[in-house]
Design a protein around this ligand. Structure first.
Ligand code: ATP
Ligand code: MG
Length: 651
């Protein structure tokens, strides 16, 4: 859109009390680019090293010669950094504040001292089951404290965890257990979510049905329900814990040893097993958590993601705990018992930073403000979003209804691959614009390339493919078991750069606007357009709840615009409304952006993390519903059938 949107500067008081105001951000950013060795060499000292590093970075991407190494000769233990080193100062402070699915069940406050005991005991249980340094452990748990304890227990003994979101099916779980050749799977009897209980153990049994290796299963008792226990290979956590001590010295790990494997959401294709290592990842998670959320002692930090996503890894567990924060873990869903649950929890626990996804905000916004009004949200200082471009409509609602116009909103752009935020405002430094992830974090060198030629565009205003020019400590190191795929996916198309797969626009202030996946850019009569812009315009219409836009082959224009539109609860889909929406987009963006086809969509295909899977919508729009590809990470596969059935393009 060509109107310059309103900017929202931080208040002078906020800036003055934050870790970085504008001059400080500018100075630190400049140093991080001019002298990365010096900058990261100093920053790295905030971690507790067993053997301090003497080398900072041995990383390069140029000329196809890709090597990524940070603090390579240093040794440390991630669990000791997240727990043990806080015992001196904050043993009695709450480390994990757990809010159960059912609001009438009591919340748990787990102190750093308790967390230490639980992690050590859990680590000894893993050892008792035969887990050794370098072995893989799959974690298939609901959002209960044991999920964080299990991650830290793996880190303590040098085992590599791979979390599989508890909403995934037995098949998806089985593929991931085999993919990393796990020795142990950790699960729970049942998972309460939104008032309903999933029998997780059943899924594990199904996943392991055809397994010839002897994968052990460690079970957390959460609900006490009946389960199909397999005596030869199943173990109850509480029984095992009774057999071990809570003394477990941390393993000395190299900074470059793998910490975890995590599969991407699968929005664009087959999920990739992203590998992160210990030293650089932890430093980057901790530093971004501190600066981006302006973390201070005494804060109650709440990231609503699931630990099954990278957001949960970096901003529920590793970043906050490395900083000695109190981190909230929420077992439930935003709409149970009603659409006010997020705000009820913010009020109840006096949350100071709240971090969620645009998809959740849009859903809650659609339910109306009466769910927000009863709650006191004055404890909140910073709001954040992640996962997708946030449309200005949802941004403004977040700002007004939740932040009451006084909380900076940090729109954080990053990926499973990046370990932590790459483009984001620092809340005390950067005036925000709704829908822009603004500027790079320290050490990040974004570049915009021409998509076809790969030529770098050096003018301030630019539009093209987003790449990163130099390594940062939180960067992934490989795709598990498939280094070639790592090279092909991220370094082949634009040699010399890390290719993010996302398109972006850089505006006159140097701010970055993510326009969507590069695959999602449509070319209408020679005009390149990000699908996000058209979606944003549609969602800005009062009758539209959600929209997804893709291109489809068009005889005249090359590509036409195909829009899937979900209407607000009680709006009737009519031909008049269809024409009204066409006119609306024309007037919001321009005639070129007018959708050629609008299909009413009762639901959109989304990944379990709430992202719209446009590759599926593209196939339907292309009238090619037989090649939808991998749909195993879809939240609700049945919505696809309806869309296929009612597709508009049968030509
Ligand atoms: P796959 O790589 O398997 O297709 P995925 O890209 O959805 O799945 P994630 O790593 O979970 O897997 O998501 C990262 C992507 O999410 C980014 O590349 C970007 O497209 C989108 N994204 C994340 N945060 C933002 C944001 N603040 N603004 C715009 N887009 C975002
Ligand atoms: Mg991706």
């Amino acid at each position: 859109m060509n109107v310059t949107p309103k900017t929202h500067p931080p208040s002078p008081e906020f800036a003055a009390n934050s870790h970085a105001d504008r001059p400080r951000y500018d100075e630190m950013y400049r140093r991080s680019i001019d002298d990365p060795e010096g900058f990261w060499g100093e920053a790295g000292r905030e971690l507790d090293w067993i053997r301090p590093y003497t080398k900072v970075s041995e990383s390069r991407f140029d000329q196809g010669d890709v090597s990524i190494e940070w603090f390579g000769d240093g040794t440390l233990n991630v669990a000791a950094n997240c727990v043990d080193r806080h015992l001196a100062d904050r043993a009695d402070q709450t480390a994990i504040l757990w809010e159960p699915d059912d609001p009438s069940e009591e919340a748990l406050h787990i102190t750093y001292r308790e967390l230490h005991g639980r992690v050590c005991r859990f680590a000894n249980v893993l050892k008792r089951l035969g887990v050794e340094r370098g072995d893989r452990v799959v974690i298939y748990l609901p959002m209960i404290p044991e999920a964080a304890v299990a991650m830290l227990a793996c880190a303590r003994i040098g085992a590599i965890h791979s979390i599989v979101f508890a909403g995934f099916s037995a098949d998806a779980l089985g593929a991931r257990i085999n993919g990393c050749d796990a020795k142990v799977v950790i699960t729970a009897d049942g998972a309460p979510r939104g008032g309903r209980v999933t029998n997780l153990k059943d899924n594990v049994n199904k996943a392991l049905l055809h397994d010839t290796d002897d994968v052990k299963c460690l079970i957390v008792r959460r609900t006490g329900q009946q389960i199909a226990f397999r005596p030869q290979s199943d173990y109850w956590l509480h029984e095992e814990e009774a057999q071990v001590s809570d003394d477990c010295p941390p393993e000395e790990m190299s900074a470059e040893d793998p910490l975890f494997i995590l599969y991407t959401s699968g929005s664009t294709g087959q999920p990739k097993g992203v590998v992160h290592t210990t030293g650089g990842y932890l430093l980057y998670a901790a530093m971004t958590h501190r600066y981006v959320f302006d973390h201070h002692d005494g804060d109650i930090f709440w990231c609503t993601a699931d630990v099954g996503w990278v957001t949960g890894h970096s901003y529920i567990v590793y970043g906050p705990l490395a900083n000695g924060a109190t981190t909230v873990m929420f077992e439930g869903v935003p709409t149970y018992p009603d659409a006010g649950r997020f705000w009820a929890v913010c009020d109840k626990h006096q949350v100071t930073q709240f971090y969620t996804a645009p998809t959740a905000l849009r859903a809650l916004m659609g339910q109306g403000d009466s769910f927000v009004e009863p709650y006191d949200l004055s404890s909140i200082r910073v709001l954040g979003t992640v996962g997708e471009p946030i449309n200005p409509e949802a941004w403004n609602w977040y700002d007004r209804q939740i932040g009451k116009g006084r909380c900076p909103i940090v729109d954080t752009w990053w990926q499973t691959e990046t370990g932590g935020h790459l483009l984001t405002p620092l809340p005390g430094a950067i005036p925000t614009k709704p829908g822009s992830a603004t500027l790079p974090f320290f050490g990040i060198r974004p570049v915009v390339l021409e998509p076809e030629s790969g030529k770098r565009i050096d003018t301030t205003e630019a539009e093209g493919v987003l790449c990163i020019e130099a390594s940062w400590p939180g960067q992934m190191r490989t795709v598990w078991g498939d280094h070639k795929r790592f090279m092909d996916t991220y370094f082949q198309q634009y040699p010399g750069y890390y290719f993010t797969g996302d398109g972006c626009r850089r505006d006159e202030d140097g701010y970055y606007w993510i326009t969507g996946r590069v695959d999602d850019v449509i070319n209408v009569s020679g005009h390149r357009m990000g699908t996000a812009e058209v979606e944003s315009a549609l969602v800005a219409h009062e009758k539209v709840a959600e929209a997804a836009v893709v291109g489809f082959p068009h005889d005249v224009k090359g590509q036409g615009i195909y829009a899937y539109v979900t209407l607000m609860n009680d709006v009737e889909p009519t031909e008049d409304l269809r024409r009204e929406l066409e006119r609306w987009v024309r007037s919001e963006i321009g005639p070129i952006a007018k959708p050629d086809l609008i299909q009413w969509a009762p639901g959109l295909p989304k990944t379990r993390s709430g992202k719209i899977m446009r590759r599926i919508l593209r196939k339907i729009a292309e009238n090619d519903p037989d090649s939808l590809g991998d749909t195993s990470t879809l939240a609700d596969p049945s919505v696809v059938d309806d869309l296929v059935e009612n597709r508009m393009n049968r030509g």
